[in-house]
Design a protein around this ligand. Structure first.
Ligand SMILES: Cc1ncc(C[n+]2csc(CCOP(=O)(O)OP(=O)(O)O)c2C)c(N)n1
Ligand SMILES: [Mg+2]
Length: 333
């Protein structure tokens, strides 16, 4: 089933969603630029082209609802209230980072905002989400957890265990697959015997929905329905968002032209999630050209300020590497 966009959002919502999607787009651009200049030691797994998924899915969640991002779901952080400066400090790994520089921003957890730290092991967040769902259920809350992962993760045992457990125990979990048609360099068609990841849901006894991952309003509506189902005690849903990472897997390591079909890439770029929302906003008169200009200036300023402030933030100390870890420095008990 492909869902249609509906009308439950107002002009303010359109502006907020646009602003957060643009934050991802420009933040990524800035980090990659600083990395190229040698100012930043690391790059990132870009979500460019996929911005509608995390924003559409997380928009309107409370801080008591949980999310676990994939290595690409940058948008979940903005939607849950993390600032550009906090995320930039986390990319740099300086003392302003929530983990004191121990994690790249994809894997940072912000427990007070309901963000569970993800993991580098593809798919390992899926059974963790079932665990969070079980804890929420046992506490008799109506809170839910959204778990993001890529199409590649759906071939892992973790995926099977997590979905099976969530269905068997009727847990409040929404599984959101960012189906960007590739696992790193490998086309999904090589590792998946079916076209639609949502079809896997039937094997677990839960609803499976395919949605246009370029359309933030459609993603929002589909996830909202699944969230309500989970809050009502009706159990988990698998949602597949069709998309493409416009910049490929990790552009500072792997060149797009070496790993992707450029014609396919160009075709997808014509369905840019930001442009789609701009057009939807103009049609409804919720987002004017003046609004877009103002939002762009605001986001650019915020990123520039964050770059300046992060450069003034001290590096982590040697001692901090041994805080909150089991292993003590050599020579200590
Ligand atoms: C278990 C495991 N195998 C391999 C890797 C290396 N790796 C990192 S990202 C990635 C691709 C994952 O593809 P997908 O789940 O579709 O997510 P995408 O990167 O496309 O968003 C791979 C193979 C890993 N981190 N963990
Ligand atoms: Mg993928």
């Amino acid at each position: 089933m492909i869902a249609e966009s509906s009308n439950s959002l107002n002009s303010d919502d359109y502006k907020k969603m646009y602003s957060m999607m643009l934050t991802s787009r420009l933040f990524t651009q800035k980090v990659l630029e600083l990395n190229k200049q040698g100012v930043l030691k690391v790059g990132l797994h870009p979500s460019t082209g996929q911005e509608a998924i995390g924003i559409g899915a997380c928009y309107g969640l409370s801080k008591d609802d949980w999310v676990i991002p994939s290595l690409r779901t940058m948008e979940a952080f903005w939607a849950k209230g993390v600032t550009v400066l906090e995320q930039l400090n986390a990319v740099i790994g300086n003392s302003g980072s929530i983990s004191d520089g121990k994690e790249s921003f994809h894997h940072c957890g912000y427990p007070e905002l309901g963000i569970m730290a993800g993991s580098s092991i593809v798919g390992s967040q899926v059974p963790v989400a079932a665990g969070i769902g079980l804890a929420l259920k046992n506490r008799n809350t109506d809170n839910i957890v959204i778990c993001f992962f890529g199409d590649g993760a759906t071939g892992r045992g973790d995926f099977h265990e997590g979905l099976n457990l969530a269905a068997v125990l009727n847990l409040p979990v929404i599984f959101v697959c960012e189906n960007n048609l590739y696992f790193q360099t490998v086309p999904a068609s090589v590792g998946l015997a079916i076209n639609d990841v949502a079809d896997k849901a039937v094997g677990y006894g839960m609803p499976g929905v395919t949605v246009d991952g370029q359309d933030v309003l459609s993603v929002y509506e589909v996830v909202k329905e699944a969230v309500q189902r989970a809050r009502d005690g009706k159990g988990p849903t698998l949602i597949e968002c069709k998309t493409l990472s416009f910049l490929g897997h990790y552009p500072t390591m792997l060149k797009l032209e070496d790993i992707r079909d450029i014609k396919e890439n160009q075709k997808w770029r014509k369905r840019d999630p930001l442009e789609i929302l701009e057009n939807q906003g103009r049609d409804k008169k919720y987002l004017t050209d003046k609004d877009i200009k103002l939002i762009t200036t605001h986001v650019e300023d915020e990123i520039e300020r964050a770059v300046e402030m992060s450069q003034k933030t001290p590096p982590t100390s040697r001692e901090s590497a041994f805080k909150e870890v089991y292993k003590k420095p050599f020579g200590e008990n």
